[in-house]
Ligand binder design. Structure first.
Ligand code: XBP
Ligand code: MG
Length: 235
């Protein structure tokens, strides 16, 4: 039986990348007087590298190859901190839209006594800010486990964060369903054996989702009375 739903954050709970992380990176670059600008399409390619700081280092490898390694890492850390400040500001000011159906599914799971968890590559502070902005619809306390960047040495597609969350839930993979939006996320969850629903977005819809339980355009809204849907989704 289903005991827990484990949600990815970026791209799954909310469309955080294009209007959130990307903008925040660009603001951090501008603050530092750097001529870098990540446009919407280019950022899609950079998303192949998971982790904001890692993504930035990857970009810097190509754009400032002459910079010494230690200096490059220091600059990346500084820019990423600044980027996080900007991201938190954007979230707090409502720049980020929650994806369709997410809050409904969360409410249904809570009603049905199915535990909720988070398994993300981004930081705990970013997740808490996002949840805080959702207000009563999705309080942080609704999640039995909140697994974030701080909880796994490696980022997705490494399954570390999912192993951490399973361990903290005290559940087996077969008792959970994961919800992810990307190939890297799916690879991470599948490596632990958790059945995974993929809810695609503009950045991920052409990726390879072999092994997914199902691939959907979004988590949608019920077109039948909620009581029927609840039986279907959570049996
Ligand atoms: C997606 C990511 C994150 C974000 C940026 O995370 O790869 O790194 O793009 O956030 P998710 P940070 O697992 O939630 O899909 O800058 O905090 O890394
Ligand atoms: Mg994601």
């Amino acid at each position: 039986t289903l005991r827990a739903l484990i949600f990815d954050v970026d791209g799954t709970l909310a469309d955080t990348e294009r209007d959130g992380h990307r903008i925040a990176f660009n603001r951090a670059f501008a603050d530092a007087g750097l001529p870098w600008h990540w446009d919407v399409a280019g950022y899609g390619e950079l998303l192949a590298v998971t982790g904001g700081r890692e993504r930035l280092l990857h970009f810097m490898d190509a754009h400032v190859p002459q910079m010494a390694q230690a200096e490059r890492e220091m600059l990346a850390r500084r820019l990423h901190q600044r980027k996080t400040d900007h991201y938190l500001h954007l979230v707090e000011h409502g720049a980020i839209a929650w994806r369709p159906g997410v809050l409904r599914l969360i409410a249904q799971a809570r009603e049905a006594g199915v535990a909720l968890a988070i398994a993300t590559t981004t930081t705990r502070a970013n997740v808490l800010a996002l949840l805080k902005h959702a207000g009563d619809a999705c309080p942080a306390e609704a999640f039995a486990v909140l697994g974030a960047a701080e909880d796994s040495e490696r980022k997705k597609p490494d399954p570390g964060i999912y192993f951490h969350v399973l361990d903290r839930l005290g559940l087996a993979p077969g008792q959970c369903i994961a919800v992810e939006d990307s190939q890297a996320g799916l690879q991470a969850s599948r490596a632990t054996g958790i059945a995974t629903v993929v809810t695609v977005n503009d950045y991920t819809r052409l990726q390879d989702f072999a092994g997914a339980l199902s691939v959907v355009s979004d988590l949608g809204e019920p077109t039948v009375p909620a009581r029927h849907l609840q039986g279907l989704a959570l049996r």
